[in-house]
Write a protein that binds this ligand. Sequence first.
Ligand SMILES: *Cc1c(COP(=O)(O)O)cnc(C)c1O
Length: 377
Amino acid sequence: MTLTPGDPLLLTPGPLTTAAETREAMLHDWGSRDQAFMDANAAVRAKLLEIANAADTHVCVPLQGSGTFVVEAALCTLIARDGKALILVNGAYGKRMARILDYAGRAYEVSETAEDTPPDVPALAAKLAADAAITHVLVVHCETTSGILNPISDIAHAVKDAGRSLIIDAMSAFGAIELDAAKVPFDAVMASSNKCLEGVPGMGFALIRKSVLEGCEGNAHSLSLDLFDQWRAMEANGQWRFTPPTHVIFAFAKAIEQFEAKGGQPGRFKRYSENCRILIDGMAELGFQPLLPQGLQAPIIVTFRMPSDPAFDFQVFYDKVKDRGFVLYPGKLTVAPSFRVGCIGHLGADEMKAALKAMAEVLAEMGVKTGAPQAAE
Ligand SMILES: *Cc1c(COP(=O)(O)O)cnc(C)c1O
């Protein structure tokens, strides 16, 4: 790993640790009509399609902003004003899509399971059969709220069989967990520069089925979030409609270069899976218990149940671990008090082991005997 000494290591759902080379790629200025910039932009768009094996069927539309901006843009561009969405919710990011549709004034229904429970695919198929008004199904690939991996292939086939359109928020999975457009039918998938592809934050992108996007003119109620308009304009002259995040794109191109050199998606999956295994095993030695069983855990971020030792105080633990150079993340769960530790970003086995060592030292300093949670009643 090429890290910068003194910088904190971010064991979070984002922003994430990036390689020094990625950050160094930003140390210039470019004009938005600069040929070097337009070439880098075109190359990044093409490579993102390749990662999902979607170059023949989909187009890549990038958008300024954090990941939520492109989620909102994709939902509002693809779902017609008289459309209706079914949102499969098992965490905060599914709920966020519902809030987006509240703002946009699109009809929707929520099908919710607990944060540690994947969506029920037969129930989804039954729901689609029963309600002809539903035009789109929305789902999160890895729900970063808990770290759960949702059964995207089964969901995609159920939606396809019912003749509806699937939109996937794959923000925290894209590039690390396989998503092959030839095997998993989807109309749109959204992700961002700064999760598993390890670019710097600042832009999102949507891979959208070309035949679908062609029919989306006039759907969006927002000019800056209209991905149809963004796509048309970019196809016409190779430029972004409004000031592009030039530095972010050059950093992204550099990050994708390293991604390819290290084996692409399978390589990234392997590194993150090792990070995740080292983390869960090391935390188990300290008594900590993950929320999810192994079969549901994505190698992205791990939720640990809050220890019941009275000497444990999360804020003190967090601050002391941070003083040692590692940033953890609070939990956002309703099912159980918890905190999270990420496995993604430019981190490998050495960094995960160093983080475990720091956590062990802090527990000893705090007088915490075990990280074990309250036994289930
Ligand atoms: C990170 C993330 C997002 C986007 O969050 P931003 O803070 O807007 O970048 C959306 N969905 C999921 C599943 C995520 O993990």
